[in-house]
Ligand binder design. Sequence first.
Ligand SMILES: [Zn+2]
Length: 105
Amino acid sequence: MSRVIPFIRRSVASNTPADGETHCAHRNIRLVERGEIVSCSDCLAVLSPFWALTMLSQQYSLAMSQIERLTTRTKLADARILELSQELDANSREERRQNPPSTDT
Ligand SMILES: [Zn+2]
C-alpha cells in the first residue's frame, strides 16, 4: 500500500518581480538549508534562486545609491552649517564693534 504525503500547495515565483496571484514582491526571502530552497517568508512562494539573487543585487544597488545620496546631502548640510556659523560669528563681531561694552561703571 502506498502512502501519500500531503504537501502544502506553494506557487513557484516566475521571472517577474512580483507574484501576480499574491501581489507579493517577495522582499522577505528565507533560505531553507534542507533542500536548498529559497522561499518568501511573507507568501511562502518557492522562489528561483537566480531570481532571488537578482532581486537582492537590485536591492543592494538601490541601498548603495541611497547611501551615496545621503552622504552627499550630509556633506552639503555640514558645509551649510559651517557657512552659517561663520556668518553668525561675523555678525557678532560687527555688533560688538558697533556697540562696545560700557566702561564707565
Ligand atoms: Zn512573497
